[in-house]
Structures are given as structure tokens and as C-alpha cells.
Design a protein. Sequence first.
Length: 487
Amino acid sequence: MLKQNLQFKLSQKLSPQQIQLMKLIQLPTLAFEQRLLEEMNENPALETGKDEEEVYEKDEFDNNEEYDDYEGSDNIEADDINIDEYLSNDETPDYKLQTNNYSDDEERENPFASPVSFHQDLINQLNTFILNETDREIAEFLVGSIDDMGYIRRTVQDIVDDMAFTQGIYTDEKNVERMLHVIHELEPSGVGARDLQECLLLQLKHKTPTQDIALAMDIIENQFEAFTKKHYDKLLQKYAITQEQLKKTVHEIEKLNPKPGGSFTGNNKVTENIVPDFAIRINDGDLELTLNGRNAPSLHVSKDYQEMMQTYKESRDKSNSQKDAVQFIKQKLDSAKWFIDAIKQRQETLYVTMNAIMHFQQEYFLDGEETSLKPMILKDIADMVGLDISTVSRVANSKYVDTPYGTKLIKEFFSEAMKNDQGEDVSTLEIKKILQNVIEAEDKHKPLPDDQLADILKEKGYPIARRTIAKYREQLDIPVARMRKKI
């Protein structure tokens, strides 16, 4: 038996222009400048500077139906649309993975000589050793197996097998171990170690022998687990030493570098520059918000292109080549108009969103106290400005604001709410700050475990479970009590 059902389905699709607008909104200042430069290079109908006649606002070519197959010249509406499904993970911009803000003006030629890489520096040191051809090949292979932190995280047998299969170098574990000792003589001290214990031992062996160094080597070699777990009482009993002697020895160990490769000066690590997208200032007790001017470029549609369109319109004889040329001109003009409109909407979206955040967190921006931050979620701001939550998220996750208290990532102002003992909503950021203050003020000889921290916060009016304390502590990158212990 056949059944017929009438089903209505309401679907809403975004135009390519709406998707592009969302991508523009999520760009921070410097990435936006790069995107603007790309658009200028691709579209000759788009020009910088102010156009006195502002002809792009309304011109006689807007209703040219003969070539008006370009859709999207209307105002771009993206409210109440979940843009996330339209932006794939493959399109996630670099700025969301790292804070990388280099403007076109800041990317200048480096007047200094290119630094030697970490591995090349090791090879250069290796060249000072007198080695036969086979030993040199083994040593260079070992250098190539060192990671950026300075470790060789492979077994000797794996290295032997790998050299045979990939390099045609046939040797045995004994020769590899012998060359590994040569690698261990290279700088920085500790390079080529297989694990942390060996790395620390290698560094201690390169130090001038003293009583403290000798004890440190014994502890690392024979009591490494007790040391890493800070079982100081066990070490005091094992070596029959005073607390002061152990303190000096531990101090020697703490001066060692657990990541010898990471400290290499030639690694050419990039210092990330952050350009704030907004600035908040206090003027006579009132907050003032400004959008970075680099987000508001002066653009207009090329008058030359519009004149070319006018010339064609007035022409009576239209060849196929002319039609193709005018089709190209029309497309570039429409694209330029859309881009200018999109930039204006981007500016408005950024400003109204940050303005709502500023007023929501007015108390914090006036006094700078983190405990003044109110609980605030994306929906709070979305409701205030009438935008979709995903749009607010794109502003918050990728933009920075310059405040009287430093440059802050906007998403740091958002937090969930928790109840205090008075039944009032307080920000989790406030609780984390108080927790951090309690831990900083604790006796480091007897650090507070999580259950005691929970009791202290409860006394301060924040009834929080021990497991929540542990979660907040981890989010603050604070280790457990045992690892905070000092001698």
C-alpha cells in the first residue's frame, strides 16, 4: 500500500558573500590587512583613498540588467545563521592556531645574517672530532635523530635498523653507543640524551666537581624517582645529610636545563607580535572604545572602470569581444562594491560586539580587578547586540583589546557562573583568582592539598568541591601540593 506524505522543510542557505563576510569578521587586524592587500591585487576596480563623489554608493550601472547576473549586491544579512557548518576545519586560519600578527609594514628584510640551525650547529661541532668515514656517518645520523628539545627518543636497536634500511649503513649497537658518547660531548650540555635522567646526569658530569655536584649525581642516578616525587624526607634519611645540604644539592639540580635543545640561540624562534583590534580608555570616569584604524581603510570603486562601463553603454555597436570585456568590468565593479560594503559591516559588527562586552564588564574595565569580572557567556552578548552566537564567538576568539591594564584576548572575559554562599552568581574567573592567591600565600614547606584548598574557599564564601578545585588548579597550570613543596 502506497502512502503519500506532504512534508515541509525550511532550510536556509548562505550565499558565498555571506560566508566571505563571516571570514572577514573572524580576521584580526593584521590578517585583515593581508586579506585587503590580496583583494586589491586581484581586483583592479578597487582602489584606496577617498572618492570625493562617492559614486559607488549609487550609480547608474546598478540596474544594468543585461549583465546583472551577480547576486549579493544587497545588504548582507547573517543574523540567526549558524555559520560554523559552512566553514570547514581546512579553512581554519593560522591566527586561530597561534597568535601571529605581522603587518605588511612590519615584515621587513632582516639585516642580520641567517642564524645557524640547531642541528647544523651540532654538525659543525662534530667536524672538530677526528672520525673515520663510518663513524662520521653514524654520528651524523644520530644528530639527525635529535629532536628540537635535544633528545634522542629512539632505542639504539631502532637506530641500527633504520641506518641499515634507509642509509645502507651496516653497523651494530656497540658502535652506535660509542658514537653516542661523542654526541654527548657536544654543546649544549645534555644534548643527545635518551631521557630526562640521562640529560641531567650529562649536565652534572660537565660541571666542576664539588661535594654538592657529587651528591646531585648520586641522587639523579640512584634516587631519581624519590627526587622527582619530592620525597625529601627519604633522601635526608638515605644520605644522612642536613636539610641545608639537601637544599644546596637540589638547587644545583634545579639550575640544569631539562630541554637543552630548546635553549639554543640559533633556533630563530619567532617572537609573536600582537596588534590590538580595539582600545579602551578611561576619560573622566567614563569608558571610551575605539576600533583600530587599520580596520577601517578608505576604499572606493575605480572611476576609470565606471567610465569604461559608461562608454560601452553609450556605444551602439557591441561586438562579442566588447561584451566579454564589459562582462569582466561588471563583475569587478560588483565585487568591489560588495567588498566595500562587507568591510563596513565588519567594522560595525566588531564595534557593537566589543562595545557590549565593555559595558557588560564595565566594573572590571574601570578598576582592573579580575575579581570584578562578571559571569558572561556568548549568548549574553549575542542577545544584547542581536547577532548570532557564532558571530560573537568569532569576534571574541580572535581579537585583542588594549586596556589600561594590558592587552587582553577578548575571550578571556567570558566565564561561566557559580553560586557563592549568599546565592549570588560569581564568575569562575573570580574563583580561580582567589584560588591562585591562596596557593601563592601558602607555606611552601607544607603546601595545601586540594581538600584543604576547598575548605579555605568555602570559608571565603565559595562552596566548591575538591574535584572542581583540582580542575581549576590544572587550568591555572599549578601542580599538585607534593610538587609545590620546597625544602
